[in-house]
Design a protein around this ligand. Structure first.
Ligand code: OSB
Ligand code: MG
Length: 365
């Protein structure tokens, strides 16, 4: 087939440090996958960061796994399904697999001259954009940041919480903005025995509480779900389609934050989406501070019909001084992002900038 594969270990400065309960990011690392065939180029992104604080994967492990174990199957697979079958014996490493698999999707859409979101089965031309607000130095600082995002038009605010940075800050934001769509994300910072703190959040009419308990847990979440009025949404705990089935059967959550990178790519995302739709469990699309490349894949996923809440898909300007795509992702006056009309992810990759931000690269030939 004559493919050429190139991968880049990229590091981009974030506009502001992003702090969550498990750690801080000041510069964002990821692996960008470039797959060329017959003059067309498919792009993917493995958004694992430099530190293993969200999952065990890092940018370095993703680079290594793609180079050593995924590159050959990627060069040979005719479609995402065949690729996933070929790499079935590689355990885990979902973000590395996703970066590779997404490049195949983008390439396929470009071969067919259609937007990726249409190839995926999307049904809407614009997606609702929310913003995820990291832990700040003070409540005043948090209120300033929230106010500026609301001025920009974001449709929903997600506050990162941890023990000691929870009920007071949620209360402060809720008092200032009684009617906004508001939710919280603990990134696994609590234990089941901390349930009284979480119970206090019930009075703030949150859309949901995301991943309150351990990153791998389904059992304690199902106990907690029965104790809280606020719906539980799982992020870290859902790593593959089987996890969404188990979470549903156990009642561990009533909403899923679907991150295509966390579950091994867009095909698994579709499987989870379709399963959740069939059992009446709504989802929305989460993010990992992706560059404009990964963001294109997120936008495509967010056009699927069972996406029922605003997404963690913000404009390029929320994350980076300069993105590596043209045009950058922008917010409409309605607080949405338009699904592009151009083939594939629908934006051009600025390869010179990509190379400028690359720490290292590797190519198949
Ligand atoms: O838990 O959703 C999360 C970013 C990095 C790692 C984990 C998470 C996040 C976010 C940001 O919340 C979402 C985004 O805007 O990309
Ligand atoms: Mg989360």
């Amino acid at each position: 087939m004559g493919r050429k594969l190139e991968i880049f270990l990229v590091e981009m400065p974030l506009l502001a440090p992003f702090e969550i309960s498990s750690g801080v990011s000041e510069r964002r690392q990821c692996v960008i996958v470039r797959l060329e065939e017959d003059g067309l180029v498919g792009w993917g992104e493995a958004p694992a960061d430099s530190q293993p604080f969200y999952s065990y994967e890092t940018s370095e492990t993703a680079f290594y796994i793609i180079k050593e174990f995924l590159s050959k199957p990627l060069m040979e697979a005719k479609d995402p399904n065949e690729f996933l079958n070929k790499v079935r014996n590689v355990r885990g490493h979902q973000m590395a697999k996703a970066g590779a698999e997404m490049a195949l999707w983008d390439l396929e859409a470009k071969k067919n001259s259609i937007p990726l979101w249409k190839l995926l089965g999307g049904v809407r031309e614009e997606i609702e954009s929310g913003v995820s607000v990291g832990i700040q130095r003070s409540v005043d600082e948090l209120l300033r940041v929230v106010s500026s995002y609301l001025d920009e038009g974001y449709r929903r605010i997600k506050l990162k919480i941890k023990p000691g940075w929870d009920k007071d800050i949620v209360g402060a934001v809720r008092r200032e903005y009684p009617d906004i769509k508001l939710q919280v994300d603990a990134n696994a910072a609590y234990r089941l025995q901390d349930w009284p703190s979480l119970k206090e959040l019930d009075k703030y009419e949150l859309l949901m509480i995301e991943q309150p308990l351990d990153y791998d847990d389904l059992v304690d979440h199902s106990i907690l779900a029965k104790m809280l009025k606020t719906p539980i949404c799982l992020d870290e705990s859902i790593k593959k389609p089987e996890d969404s089935y188990k979470a549903y059967r156990l009642g561990s959550c009533s909403i899923i934050n679907l991150k295509p990178a966390r579950v091994g790519g867009l095909l698994n995302s579709k499987i989870i989406h379709d399963f959740c739709e069939s059992v009446g469990m709504p989802i929305w699309i989460g993010g990992m501070l992706e560059t404009g490349i990964g963001r294109g894949h997120l936008v495509a996923a967010a056009t699927l019909p069972n996406v029922k809440f605003p997404n963690d898909i913000s404009a390029s300007s929320r994350y980076y001084e300069e993105d590596i795509v043209d045009p950058p992702w922008e917010l409409t006056s309605r607080g949405t992002i338009r699904a592009p009309g151009a083939p594939g992810i629908g934006v051009e990759v600025l390869e010179e900038k990509l190379r400028k931000f690359s720490l290292r690269s590797w190519s198949s030939s």
